[in-house]
Design a protein around this ligand. Structure first.
Ligand SMILES: [Mg+2]
Length: 342
């Protein structure tokens, strides 16, 4: 019988720039590396815990310390692993997903095939991805946009008291398509509508989480009003009704750290499509390890925001990459195809 040993350790990623969104600012992403080893094969996973969902590096490692790997009886039965993890109670999704990620990576390596082949993906090439510019002082923004020169789509973080100034400044240096992420920053319907009226003339292709997740009726009204598509991020962890979300948004932003599972993410894509929702795959601030797992899911998505690994210095892994059109693609290697960068 295959017996797994589980290792986990802090993976502190240093950011290239202090990263600021409407809720917080930080220089380090305190992630966790997970290794699942059996038969001389090591499956890799990464957690990027998020305080928005009451998770931290400590809570993640405490959950992993409790997990008993002898429960993995058949390593090819991922559904059984998910069921076992559920017996540990709800929550801790960023601790659960790297374990499943590592098991999938192990399965692919054991069989000697890339996971996109094992999952019958249409190809190993996904959607075009954006590059995120965090909130910064107005005079620094042109320089930040210049750094994003190779990337055809910019994602701009808003939800400040100077959102229009930020966009006007960016528009003095580029006319590239923009995706907006307000991170729940517009606190009432009039403010949200006013910003959307302004953004409608600014070559903006989507707006992520314009208002707080709790403001469901306002978000539903905003969906009807907005000429720009709106995407649920903080409103969507993976456990809400997709039919209800479709009342409030045009699409959903899937993140593995929220769904807690690659397999559940795939099921949510099918459910979301049935409800008429567009599908985006996003990430937290992650190395190429967790982001390659997200890139795998992106093969079934309409939009990808997979730049988490580009925002850090000294990415310890090599995995997902981008072609000339900035479409994400997966390496032609067994498992997730992630290797340590030496
Ligand atoms: Mg977001």
């Amino acid at each position: 019988m295959t017996r797994f040993s589980l290792r986990y350790s802090p993976l502190n990623l240093t950011l290239r720039h202090t990263f600021t969104i409407s809720r917080w600012s930080r220089d380090i992403a305190p992630n966790v590396l997970v290794e699942l080893e059996a038969d001389g094969i090591v499956g890799l996973g990464e957690a990027s815990p998020n305080a928005r969902y009451n998770e931290s590096q400590e809570s993640c490692m405490a959950w992993l310390a409790k997990f008993d790997t002898s429960a993995i009886k058949n390593p090819f039965d991922v559904e059984a692993l998910l069921a076992t993890m559920e017996t540990y109670g709800p929550g801790n999704y960023s601790a659960k997903v790297p374990l499943e990620m590592a098991l999938y990576d192990w399965i692919g390596k054991k069989l000697g095939v890339p996971l996109y082949d094992l999952w019958n993906a249409p190809s190993n090439i996904g959607p075009q991805t954006c590059f995120t510019v965090g909130i910064d002082e107005t005079e620094k923004l042109p320089g930040r946009v210049k750094e994003a020169d190779p990337y055809p789509v910019l994602k701009i973080k808003l939800g400040t008291d100077r959102d229009k100034e930020i966009i006007r400044t960016i528009r003095t240096v580029t006319d590239k398509p923009i995706w907006i992420d307000a991170n729940e920053g517009w606190k009432d319907l009039e403010t949200a509508k006013d910003h959307i009226r302004f953004l409608a003339d600014q070559n903006v292709q989507m707006i992520e989480q314009p208002m707080p997740a709790a403001m469901k009726s306002e978000l539903a009204e905003l969906k009807k009003f907005s000429p720009i598509i709106t995407m649920a991020d903080e409103s969507f962890t993976g456990r809400e009704s997709v039919e209800e979300l479709a009342q409030c948004f045009h699409g959903i932003n899937l993140k593995l750290m929220k769904t807690g599972s690659l397999r559940r993410a795939m099921q949510l894509i099918h459910k979301g499509r049935k409800a008429g929702l567009q599908i985006m795959i996003g990430c937290m601030i992650e190395s190429s390890l967790a982001n390659t797992a997200a890139a795998l899911i992106s093969l079934w998505c309409d939009y990808a925001d997979l730049d988490g690994h580009l925002l850090i210095k000294d990415d310890p892994y090599k995995g997902l990459a981008f072609n000339d059109d900035n479409n994400v693609y997966l390496p032609e290697l067994p498992g997730m195809g992630v290797i340590p960068r030496v």
